[in-house]
Design a protein around this ligand. Structure first.
Ligand SMILES: C[S@@+](CC[C@H](N)C(=O)[O-])C[C@H]1O[C@@H](n2cnc3c(N)ncnc32)[C@H](O)[C@@H]1O
Length: 243
C-alpha cells in the first residue's frame, strides 16, 4: 500500500496524513537546489572525493534526491560515487514521483539544465521503486556511481539501523509543528551521531527548538535568507564528532 498524495489546484503535492505540502508551492527544484544542495556546500564539497554521502530525513517525492543526482551528473569535477541515504515511513507511488518531477514548480527560478534532466532521472527511480518493504533497500544508478539507500520505517527506528557517515544532511520532514517526530531531539541526535566534524546540514525550517537542539549537539547554526515565500532557511556545520 502506497501513501496517497493529494495534488492541489496550484499543482503542488499535499499530504493528507500531515496536512502539509511535500514541497514549496513555488519552485520545487529551486527549493531543492537552494535550500538543500547549495546550502550544504555542494557541488564544491564532493569535489576531489572518492565517495560523498548525503543523509536525508524524509524522502517524500524524491525531489531532493533527483536534484542532487542531477547536480552531481552535471558537475565535471564530481566525486566518484554519490551515496544518498534517506528515511521514509510512508513511501508514495512511483507515478507521483514522476508527476512531481515533470512539474517541480516555477521553471524560471530553477536551473534549466538540471530541470531538463529531472523527468528522465525520475523515470529511472520509478522503475526501480517496486515492492518496497520495511527496512533498508538499495538502488544503484549511473552504472553504480549513484547509490540510494532507502530506510523504510519510522525515523527513530530506521536511523538506529543505519550504519553510515554523512558528509551532508538534509532535514526535510514536514513542518515541525505538524510532524514533531522528525525534529525531536532524539531524532536530531541520531542524525548527528551519523555525522563527523565538518558535516554540513541544511533545512527549510528555522524553528527555534530545531536550532537549539542542533546547537546542543555541537552544530554551529546560521539563519539565512530563504527562498520566497519562506523568509528564512537554515545552514549548520558540525564542529566536532558527536558520541
Ligand atoms: C516534506 S516531505 C519530504 C520531501 C522530500 N525530501 C522530497 O524531496 O520530495 C516529508 C516526508 O517525511 C516523511 N515522514 C514524516 N514522518 C515520518 C517519520 N516519523 N518517519 C519517517 N518518515 C516520516 C513523510 O512521509 C514525507 O514523505
Amino acid at each position: 500500500m502506497t501513501e496517497p498524495v493529494q495534488w492541489l489546484a496550484d499543482g503542488s503535492p499535499h499530504s493528507l496524513r500531515f496536512n502539509d505540502r511535500y514541497r514549496s508551492r513555488t519552485g520545487g527544484l529551486a527549493q531543492a537546489l537552494t535550500v538543500f544542495v547549495m546550502a550544504c556546500g555542494l557541488p564544491q564539497g564532493w569535489r576531489g572525493r572518492d565517495e560523498f554521502t548525503v543523509l536525508e530525513t524524509g524522502f517524500g517525492l524524491g525531489l531532493n534526491f533527483l536534484a542532487t543526482w542531477a547536480a552531481w551528473e552535471a558537475d565535471t569535477q564530481r566525486c566518484e560515487r554519490l551515496h544518498f541515504v534517506s528515511v521514509e515511513a510512508y513511501p508514495v507511488a512511483p507515478a507521483d514521483i514522476v508527476r512531481n518531477a515533470l512539474a517541480p514548480g516555477a521553471p524560471d527560478d530553477a536551473n534549466p539544465q538540471l530541470q531538463a534532466r529531472l523527468p528522465a532521472l525520475a523515470q529511472e527511480l520509478a522503475r526501480a521503486w517496486q515492492n518496497l518493504r520495511p527496512g533498508l533497500q538499495q538502488f544503484d544508478f549511473a552504472q553504480g556511481r549513484v547509490r540510494l539507500t532507502l530506510a523504510v520505517g519510522d525515523v527513530q527506528t530506521v536511523l538506529a539501523e543505519l550504519d553510515c557517515v554523512a558528509d551532508a544532511v538534509y532535514l526535510d520532514g514536514f513542518s515541525p509543528a505538524l510532524n514533531p517526530a522528525m525534529w525531536s531531539f532524539a531524532t536530531l541526535q541520531a542524525v548527528a551521531q551519523r555525522c563527523h566534524a565538518g558535516t554540513t546540514l541544511a533545512s527549510y525550517s528555522v524553528a527555534l527548538e530545531v536550532r537549539e537542539s542542533l546547537k546542543q549537539l555541537g552544530f554551529s547554526v546560521r539563519k539565512r535568507a530563504g527562498l520566497p515565500p519562506k523568509r528564512h532557511r537554515l545552514e549548520a556545520l558540525l564542529q566536532a564528532d558527536v558520541i
